[in-house]
Write a protein that binds this ligand. Sequence first.
Ligand code: PMP
Length: 410
Amino acid sequence: MCPMQMNREDFPILGREVYGRPLVYLDNAATTQKPRCVVEAISEEYYNVNANVHRGVHFLSQQATELHEASRETVRSFINARSTSEIIFTRGTTESINLLAFSFGEAFCHEGDEIIVTEMEHHSNIVPWQMLCQRRGMKLRVVPMLDDYTLDLATYRSLLNERTRLVCVTHVSNVLGTVNPVREIIAEAHAHDIPVLVDGAQSAPHIAVDVQQLDCDFFAFSGHKIYGPTGVGVLYGRERLLDQLPPYQGGGEMIRNVSFERTTYNDLPYRFEAGTPDYVGTHALAVALDYVTALGMDHIHAYESQLASYAYEQLSQIENLVIYGGGNSSLSGGMAGSAISFNIRGIHHLDLGTLLDRLGIAVRTGHHCAEPLMRRLGIEGTVRASFALYNTRDEVDALVAGIQRVVRMF
Ligand code: PMP
């Protein structure tokens, strides 16, 4: 048995049935299931430690603060940031990007400036930038996708100019599984002194991320997609840039002194963390990161890539099934093992997803919060199977058998 499969035992929910059938959970790009250690860390903290963090003189407050700040160090180490000052806790990728769009916009953006996004972004990495453009009278420039599901890097290069303020790109597409060549994209932008935000929502759970090696300026990810709790995420920012950004929200924690005449702000990273943080969530996120680190991100990546290749091969053999994405071909930059999107000609994605559900197979259907990408593909939506470290070849076989059964019904 593959070492990763032994870890299924750590995820109690995987043992349950739906409609009297064993659950086959293939909706991991939307959210992952949680290992026992993460769930237990949450109840343990509420049972035994709970107190508000920072500035508390009493024992519990100090203990909760220690856990919360130790979690920041765990995140720092997980993505190899230089300092914990660069790790801002948020509610998730969406809030991380909204925070950046507001604060970066305040600091650096003016009428006529441009922000670059790509055609394969999640709405979370489009709409906050669109809102900034509307506020400031700026332009959103879009890097198109080529027919092989990779980004058109020649057009990207031609879009970089003296008005470009920021490049925003997803590391891994949540629809296609395409791994974008972010190092190259970052290097090109830096040659023009333009910073880059990487949306790591779909990469952090599958690929070892090193923000120093990537040389990205900002990196966002969500706890719930990496076996951690909902409601917690991270924005990494290069200290030199974060230092120049004004706060996103006002309130407790983010200040140094307040008077009605003038308020001074706290140091990094607290300046961006107004209000009581989800300190139980940050601790549980750290437990999740320790869990995947102990398994080894490289092992997880290797295992998931093999599984996704197997799924790709098996699905490709189904008649009338169209896969959107390049699979493991070198053209696509390789697949991170996160997602395969497909349709069956003549069957609506919603019908296929609903019938698979009745067989106990959880997949996602629809536009996957990437409507511009759907428009580019000329479709309304897809069925998406997305994998995690606990998925097995048997589950891929169940998916394939399920699809074949639905096809026969039609
Ligand atoms: N970006 C990408 C690429 C995603 O896949 C997602 C989640 N589907 C998000 C951003 C938003 O993440 P969240 O909803 O956790 O904020």
